[in-house]
Design a protein around this ligand. Structure first.
Ligand SMILES: Cc1cc2nc3c(=O)[nH]c(=O)nc-3n(C[C@H](O)[C@H](O)[C@H](O)COP(=O)(O)OP(=O)(O)OC[C@H]3O[C@@H](n4cnc5c(N)ncnc54)[C@H](O)[C@@H]3O)c2cc1C
Length: 399
């Protein structure tokens, strides 16, 4: 037997980082929203032990949505400076507050802290404003015969249920089951690299400085984290991962420090390492009738420039803006013209951010003789060339 829930304006599949923020923004804009999150509370892969570097613009956006309360702000670390270096070669470029009109370049915050902020914000909503279902697993969807709604099937408490919605949003991550059902064209490009992530305590205070260090296997990001710690994201070739994961904490810290020239002194108190295989996943069609694909379901990027979630938040902002009422005239959230407006808004940002991230990965992973010297020269040159450096600053700031 299939039971039916009352119809809704917008149904979001995926209550991770993107679905969670989107739900909040849409409820604030006056929509009736349902979220289906497949993982049990506390088990969403979105809110694992990682930390996320948010650009200044993303942080301001979360703040404007009311998601940065005193506790969230106290658990974030401001990025005062970013240094880009090439391991073993000369050359460095540096972006500081001074390049950013005296404002911090962004904030680093634990994904679990973002989850806490979202849970707090949900508790503060008026009763019935948001129908948050968890665990509730999406099973499939079908457009109604009159084209005016989509019927979504899902499994909750062992019972198959359905709900009709005027707009279905796929925020269900890089392996998106909703996207798979639309038959959208997906480009899947493996980088042959995996990111190993953990945190550590450095001997010397990081003073808000982040480092992006290009190494033979891939980039190493050392991000300033709250409570005097650092977040370490080291990208390596897939074949080198088992050996690196098997190292003791001391041996792993020593390897990092060798590359990083111990700029912050010894690294101790390492947390457990997690590995993330890296692919570039993009989708050709962002929309289908009464359906939008966004967040990692639309674009999963290499973490080299820390742009993935920042790009996702701009998806959220542009979708909410595209659905806004026009001079008080009621809006159908699934209307084709609204969805094509959204697609048009996103095109340039996708080209720029996805293109630049991909070029950075390829440019800095080259292992040919002399490539390191070239990169060093490039970084030094970059440091002195204002227009290029300004572009880097704008990318870092998320604008
Ligand atoms: C190592 C690493 C470091 C990163 N660092 C940064 C950074 O510093 N800055 C930055 O901007 N970005 C960063 N990113 C990118 C960022 O993590 C992602 O862009 C972001 O997590 C995408 O969120 P999402 O909600 O779209 O997808 P996901 O996080 O994948 O969430 C999808 C959600 O959908 C749910 N779901 C899946 N299937 C179903 C179903 N059938 N039914 C119901 N629910 C379902 C899942 O349980 C999950 O909760 C990093 C990524 C990696 C891998």
């Amino acid at each position: 037997m299939i039971t039916s829930a009352p119809s809704t304006d917008i149904l979001i599949v995926g209550g991770g980082m993107v679905g969670g923020v989107l739900a909040h923004a849409l409820v604030q804009a006056g929509w009736r929203v349902t979220v289906l999150e497949g993982a049990a509370p506390g088990e969403s892969p979105s809110f694992d032990a990682r930390l996320t570097a948010l650009s200044e613009a993303s942080w301001r956006y979360l703040d404007a949505l009311g998601l940065v309360d005193a506790s969230t702000a106290a658990h974030a670390q401001a990025i005062e400076e970013v240094r880009v270096v090439d391991a073993g070669h000369f050359g460095m470029t540096r972006i500081t507050r001074a390049n950013n009109h005296g404002v911090a370049l962004g904030e680093v915050i634990a994904n679990r802290q973002i989850e806490q902020a979202l849970i707090q914000a949900r508790r503060a909503l008026p009763p019935g404003a948001l129908d948050w279902r968890q665990p509730a697993r999406y099973l499939g969807h079908a457009l109604a015969a009159d084209g005016q709604s989509v019927c979504v099937r899902f499994l909750q408490d062992g019972i198959e249920q359905q709900q009709s919605t005027r707009l279905l949003v796929a925020a269900d991550g890089a392996h998106s089951p909703v996207r798979a059902q639309t038959g959208a064209t997906v480009q899947h490009q493996p980088y042959g690299q995996t990111a190993i992530v953990c945190t550590a305590r450095p001997e010397r205070p990081h003073q808000g400085t982040g480092f992006e260090c290009f190494t033979r296997g891939g980039p190493l990001a050392v991000l300033p984290a709250p409570a005097g710690r650092v977040s370490l994201v080291w990208v390596n070739r897939d074949e080198d991962i088992p050996a690196l994961m098997a190292l003791s904490d001391e041996a792993y810290a020593a390897r990092l420090n060798q590359l990083f020239r111990a700029r912050l002194g010894r690294l101790t108190e390492l947390t457990a390492r997690s590995a993330y295989p890296l692919n570039l996943v993009t989708v050709q069609e962002l929309t289908a009738p009464r359906l939008v694909i966004l967040g990692n379901a639309a674009h999963a990027l290499h973490p080299v420039a820390g742009q993935g979630f920042n790009l996702c938040l701009r998806d959220v902002r542009d979708l909410v803006d595209s659905l806004r009422a026009d001079r008080g005239v009621p809006v159908d959230p699934g209307a084709a013209e609204r969805l094509s407006h959204y697609t048009a808004l996103r095109a340039a940002d996708y080209r720029r951010t996805i293109g630049l991230t991909d070029r950075l990965v390829k440019g800095f992973s080259l292992d040919l003789p002399g490539a390191g010297l070239l990169r060093g020269a490039l970084l030094s040159a970059l440091d002195g060339v204002r227009p290029i450096k300004n572009r880097l600053v704008r990318l870092t700031r998320g604008i």
